[in-house]
Design a protein around this ligand. Structure first.
Ligand code: E4P
Length: 217
């Protein structure tokens, strides 16, 4: 399973990259706003900066909601760097744009996916990635992991090439559950990635070994 970091924060991206386990980055307008990135030029520069830190795919979301706007923006984003994947919302215009991008050889991430039907349309349009939002479904008493599992099963049964990128990850539990149901990718905040390391017996064992080390050197 691939690991993407879900942030536009350059320090956090660099920290995850330095661990050697990072496969890519996802961003969205909220994450860019959180970093204070404002204006078209600054947004474009920020994506190029991110591509300079990581070697994997970087999802850059279109801000337009109409087909023509998405196509214009997506072409500019894709031309920025070969690692850029154009992130497009799962709407009628978005699906149409994903099909056009696919025909142009531009890779896409279909975002804001909350149902199997939406995931079906994303795959049929030729999306490179589909992003079911796990945490936001859990927030409304639905089951985000169950949706990830259903998409994985259907894509494998029919042989769709679209990769299932579980988004809106909030915890270690979400990451482990995505692993168990066969997600291709998870995108997570740095805190949840780091929390995978946490275990009291590791801390206790290390303290014992450190004490013993003092006796043998
Ligand atoms: C990433 O592709 C998504 O935009 C992101 O995971 C959404 O996460 P949130 O639900 O925590 O905002």
């Amino acid at each position: 399973m691939k690991f993407f970091i879900d942030t536009a924060n350059l320090e956090q991206i660099a920290k995850a990259e330095s661990m050697g386990i990072l496969d890519g980055v996802t961003t969205n307008p909220s994450l860019m706003a959180k970093e204070g990135v404002k204006g078209n030029e600054a947004i474009m520069k920020h994506y190029v900066d991110i591509c300079g830190i990581v070697t994997g795919d970087v999802s850059a979301e279109v801000l337009s909601t109409d087909y023509e706007g998405m196509i214009e923006e997506g072409k500019k984003l894709a031309a920025l760097h070969k690692q850029i994947v154009v992130k497009v919302p799962c709407t009628a215009d978005g699906i149409r744009a994903i099909k056009s991008f696919s025909d142009m050889g531009i890779r896409t991430n279909c975002t804001l996916v909350f149902s199997l039907g939406q995931a079906l349309l994303a795959a049929k349009a030729g999306a490179s990635y589909v992003s079911p939002f796990v945490g936001r479904l859990d927030d409304v008493s639905s089951n985000g992991i169950e949706l990830v599992s259903r998409i994985v099963n259907v894509y494998r049964y029919y042989g769709y090439q679209t990769e299932v990128l579980a988004a809106s990850i909030r915890s270690v539990q979400h990451i482990i559950q995505c692993l168990e149901v066969g997600a291709d990718v998870i995108t997570s905040p740095l805190s949840s990635i780091m929390a995978l390391l946490d275990h009291p017996l590791t801390d206790k064992g290390l303290a014992i070994f450190e004490k013993a080390t003092k006796e043998i050197i």
